[in-house]
Design a protein around this ligand. Structure first.
Ligand code: ZN
Length: 241
């Protein structure tokens, strides 16, 4: 049986089904999302406010397209409201993990190769512009440090370049980490920070007692096998070559 807390980190297919069928526990979702009321200090007072939809979310790695992705919005007793976003969602049209995977290719092989790589997912069509890729890359590289700190990940001494650091993170990062990053910072990993971070979110700090996992013995590969991230929801086989 799927535990309730997994709803926001389940595959998007499962998530959409659970939300659309009302098969979720709101309090557990609020807790998993890490959102809280400024008056209560917890999320216990949250009530369902509305449901909105992201028109389309694409996985740049597999080409899987998710349409009409529901997002629940809750309201707290202090009058503020917030969205309970799935781990993979941000303002953009692509899943966070597949964008990270793409940037991994940018850093390891260059923009042109990364653009070509994303074209596989688009069945030969250009999925993102060079300009967008540059923007994503700048943003992610600038967040590698905070991301490691927030998530308690430790880079081995040999991981000195952004490419090595990102590859290491990709080896360790889980959907729950993407959720945690949003809880701690108030924005999705690929989002621009909100101009006014919510006070309820800025009070959360990494837990000192949370030990990071040991770094892998072998240096991570710069290339991840396509479609291996969060395996179960990857539906398409990898392209030839
Ligand atoms: Zn409250």
């Amino acid at each position: 049986m799927l535990t309730i807390i997994n709803v926001l980190t389940a595959s998007l297919v499962v998530y959409i089904s659970l939300i659309e069928n009302g098969n979720f526990d709101l309090a557990a979702l609020v807790s998993a999302a890490g959102v809280r009321c400024s008056r209560c200090g917890t999320g216990a007072c949250a009530v369902l406010h509305s449901k909105w939809y992201r028109k389309q979310v694409t996985d740049l790695s597999t080409g899987a397209v998710h349409q009409h992705v529901p997002i629940l919005r809750v309201i707290f007793c202090d009058g503020s409201s917030t969205s309970l976003k799935h781990a993979e969602l941000w303002r953009g049209r692509y899943t966070i993990s597949s964008v990270l995977e793409t940037i991994n290719h940018v850093l390891a092989a260059g923009l042109n190769e990364a653009l070509e790589w994303t074209m596989y997912a688009g069945g030969g069509e250009q999925m993102v512009s060079e300009r967008t890729l540059r923007r994503w890359t700048r943003r992610v590289v600038s967040r590698l440090g905070p991301l490691s700190d927030y998530l308690g990940l430790v880079a081995p001494p040999e991981a000195v370049t952004p490419a090595e650091k990102l590859a290491l993170l990709l080896d360790q990062i889980e959907p729950a980490d993407l959720l945690r990053f949003r809880t701690l910072t108030g924005y999705g990993l690929l989002d621009k920070p909100a101009p006014e971070p919510k006070t309820s979110l800025t009070t959360v700090r990494p837990r000192p007692g949370h030990l990071p996992p040991a770094p892998p013995h072998d240096p991570p590969s710069h290339y991840l096998p396509r479609g291996t991230r969060y395996g179960p929801h990857r539906s398409k086989p990898p392209p030839e070559g």
